[in-house]
Ligand binder design. Sequence first.
Ligand code: ADP
Length: 271
Amino acid sequence: MQPLANVTPLKPAARAGSIAVRNVGQIFRTSTQDVEALSDVSLEVKPGRFVVLVGPSGCGKSTLLMMMAGLRQQTSGTILINDAPIPQPDPDRVGVVFQEPSLFPWLTAEENVEFPLALRGVAKSERRTKAEDALKLVGLEGFGKRHPHELSGGMKQRVSIARGMVQDPPVLLMDEPFAALDEQTRMTMGDELLRIWAATAKTVVFVTHSLTEAVYLADEVVVMSARPGAVGDAAARRVDSRVVSPLAVLDDYRGLERRRRVWPRTGRDPL
Ligand code: ADP
């Protein structure tokens, strides 16, 4: 795999990505009961931020992300991406990466990355160039002709990140994208994601239930409470210069410190 340090970004983010979530609620109506997944959630994400949504399983993180992606409509409230509602998926504004890479096994890495462009009728030569650029960005230059079964779990997830970014959306939404990877690959992928973020200046919203991952990656951490999910003013805090003392993550922080001793890494202080 190619190191990412010398990679040229696809292009500098021409369009900044802002997200406004205002008084959003989500009620799932099932045959037996109504489930209030989110209640009165408000959140502003400024362009270029790396925001991590963290909270216990079932607190509504994925639901909130799906609504930001236009894959689900909220029951109440407003969601604006770049000052406009998102009534349906809009790959020009928002790229999405899920927990499972969900690649088509019969397509090569390159063809998988091209797929959203093919759906929109983009000419083959343009598709190929964009897919190559995106694969290069995620450190997979030279792996485009491989099929998913010829790639490791981390590489498959890189392909899926490349696919989410191939249309160069200003906003990238990621739902526990590294959860299926082993711990060491997960940390490497975290580092690479931070480099991609720095190279492209995209707005990233990343969902995880791991406080360690949240603290490691985030420019800003938003802590969600148990169902119905809510985001209180006191819970959303900016993590300036990766100083995390205000957050109740001390135990996890100690865990991270222990791990740093076990796995001496690049010498870069993860916090
Ligand atoms: P998280 O991502 O934080 O684990 P989710 O957003 O997946 O949480 O789910 C939030 C709550 O909404 C959970 O209680 C879940 O069971 C419920 N939920 C999610 N999707 C549906 C659905 N399609 N129908 C009914 N309930 C749902």
